[in-house]
Ligand binder design. Structure first.
Ligand SMILES: [Zn+2]
Length: 335
């Protein structure tokens, strides 16, 4: 963003937040929390990451604006019953249930006493696998990978001009491929990736990696202090608009609720749409099983808002690395 436009959005954001007279809730969305020096950054989409230092800065800055940190479910309950709400509230949310939330976000949240909601993909808990975009990055960036390997034929149409590349892709190039792959449904991509690993003719050195997703013990530990609560982000992170069968939709939406209840953690009846993709049938099922839903639409939520259409601000290092860029991102989302 150019300096001038950035300043204009930042001033606009500041004015909107300061001059607001009706109780409003800002929901901040994060995904992964990784230190600047983390090697895991080399295997992740840049728009998914914030550093713990930057997260701490967000907390301090948003508080300096007068926003009161709240539990999302508690704000929604007060909103429903008509109880008084602060002029400006802020709810911190983390999508997907990454293990780094425990390792790098939780210490900051605990130290600052910030309530937060983590939206879990319950079918991933306790498993060694990670999500398919991260598997694609790992595959396309492996040292020695040959993009013309027959095992990669399925991905070839999604490589675009990169198909002739003779070396592993850069992070941004892999990011492009991920976006193109989103035209396929999630289960198909996951199956292709499984088949690929066993068929690759290239010699690959597989490195034993620590689990990337939160483990049951970590969920319980964070649950204990009542600072962290858990919402639903489906069972397998399947995008709802790619599911044609009703029983598949039910498994992802209702199945996640059952899993959360069985885990005996601090769960809340709030759903979060993977990739923000919503369908009519999906929306109906969500309203039957949950009391609220987070979208990827941008903006704040005013008292009396529709709890099934919650707007959020997606934040990462790239769009909020300073007070000015954070304010500009909020301001642009409030236009
Ligand atoms: Zn997600």
């Amino acid at each position: 963003m150019k300096f001038c436009a950035l300043s204009t959005f930042a001033v606009y954001g500041w004015l909107r937040l300061k001059l607001n007279r009706s109780p409003a809730l800002i929901i901040l969305t994060y995904h992964r929390v990784l230190p600047e020096c983390s090697v895991e950054r080399e295997q992740e989409q840049p728009g998914m990451i914030i550093s713990p230092r930057n997260l701490q800065h967000h907390i301090e800055f948003i508080r300096s604006l007068g926003a009161v940190p709240v539990h999302l479910d508690e704000w929604l309950l007060k909103n429903e019953t008509g109880e008084p709400l602060p002029a400006l509230s802020v709810a911190f949310t983390f999508d997907d249930g990454w293990r780094d939330n425990y390792l790098h976000a939780y210490p900051v949240l605990r130290q600052q006493q910030i309530p937060a909601t983590i939206f879990l993909v319950t079918g991933m808990i306790g498993k060694a696998e990670t999500f398919w975009p991260e598997q694609v990055i790992e595959l396309l960036r492996r040292p020695g990978i040959q993009l013309n390997d027959p095992a990669l034929d399925w991905i070839e149409p999604y490589l675009g001009s990169l198909r002739n590349s003779s070396k592993p892709l850069s992070l941004l190039e892999a990011d492009e491929v991920i976006n193109r792959l989103k035209s396929l449904d999630d289960a198909t991509i996951i199956q292709h990736l499984k088949d690929t690993t066993s068929r690759l003719t290239t010699v690959i050195f597989s490195v034993e990696q620590a689990p990337a997703i939160l483990q049951a013990r970590e969920l319980k530990e964070m649950s204990g202090a009542n600072l962290i609560k858990y919402g639903a982000h489906t069972k397998n992170h399947f995008r709802l608009n790619r599911l044609n069968r009703v029983d598949s939709l039910e498994e992802q939406i209702a199945g996640c609720q059952v899993d959360l209840e069985e885990m005996e953690i601090n769960s809340v009846p709030i759903f979060c749409y993977p990739n923000g993709d919503i369908t009519d049938k999906g929306e109906t099922l969500v309203s039957e099983h949950y009391q609220a839903a987070c979208t990827t639409k941008t903006g704040w939520n005013l008292a009396g808002c529709d709890p099934y259409d919650l707007h959020r601000f997606n934040l990462h290092d790239g769009n909020s690395y300073s007070s000015r860029t954070l304010l500009a991102t909020l301001g642009r989302g409030l236009l």
